[in-house]
Structures are given as structure tokens and as C-alpha cells.
Design a protein around this ligand. Sequence first.
Ligand code: SF4
Length: 201
Amino acid sequence: MREKTILHKQARTILTKASGFLEGYSHTLNPYVGCAYGCSYCYVRKMPIALFREESWGDYVDVKANAKSLLIKELRREKQKGPVTIFMSSSTDPYQPIEYKEELTRNLLEALTEDPPDFLFIQTRSPMVTRDLDLFQKLKDRLLVSITIETDEDRFESSFLHKHLPSEGDYELLKNFMRMVFKHKLRLLHFYQAHQISQQS
Ligand code: SF4
């Protein structure tokens, strides 16, 4: 895997009004800019946020260093205007590899448990999501987590997918996560396999 450019930046805002296919949500929440997973099929590649960047999609990640303080302020303000339903995340994966070190998504989730939105949808492809089960439990039925598992079929590895296929260990983690989800009666999960989607399209 190529070296990633990781930069820490100050964001101007963190909650963005949702639009387009996300109009069922009031806001999107992206802790990072860019995505180290760099999926070949990612729609963000064609968006201005990626097109006007020098580096190739997948080669950089900006960490929004002030995200938590912004979120606390903006969430309070937006909740006064009406229901706040958040899609996390529309143009990155909230569980970037750098999240292991930064814990930025976890910090945001802590803020969201202290001042819960009406609804939070988390979309990820990373088994790191299992780390935050304790916070998910606090959000209970305000939360839905969607986990993409691309495929465990090797023949797709070279043609359609690349880079970050889940390992056996990842699947074990996810299985354990599912067990805990059922044990704690959390409202989760939506698994899908990308190769099935591609075959249908
Ligand atoms: S994980 Fe999601 S945001 Fe990241 S490259 Fe893949 S599809 Fe795009």
C-alpha cells in the first residue's frame, strides 16, 4: 500500500445540510476529508472534493482536528431549528485506519451520546466499528449502523476490488460484534456484499 498523506486541519464547519440521495437526512457528518481505503467504485472520486485535489483519491486523509468542538456547537444550534438526522459519513469512512490513533470519530460519538440527535446512521467498511459498541448502546434506537463487507471471494480481488479486503480476523471481530449487538438488543445492522450489488447492476 502507498504511503498516505495525513494532514491535521481546522474545519470551518462539521454538520453539512444533506442533499441529493441523502435528502432523507437533515445533515451529513464527515470527520475526515479523503479516505485511505480508496475503493475503486467510490462515488466520491467524481465529486469536486476529490477532483480538485492534487493527490489521487485514496492517497490522502485530512483530520478535522476541531471537529468535536464544532459538533457540540452546531448540534445545539441545529436542534433548535428542527429534527437532526445525521448520515455519518457521506464522503469518507468514519473508521479510517488513522482513526485507530486519532479517535476522532469516537470523540464525535461521545459528543453525540451527550447531546443525542434524533437519528444517527453510521456507514463503514471497517471492523474498527466494533470498538465503539459501548457508545452505540447509549444511542440505542436512535442509531443504525451499516457495515459493508465487500466479498470473501478471492476471484474478485484483482478485478473489482483492491487493497483492504477483510481478513479472517476482521470477520471474527464482526461476528463477535454481531453477537454483542443481539445480546444488547441494539438496532443494527445492514450487511451487504459489494460483489452482489455489482452483479445485479
Ligand atoms: S470506504 Fe467508502 S468513502 Fe472510503 S473509498 Fe470506500 S466507498 Fe469511498
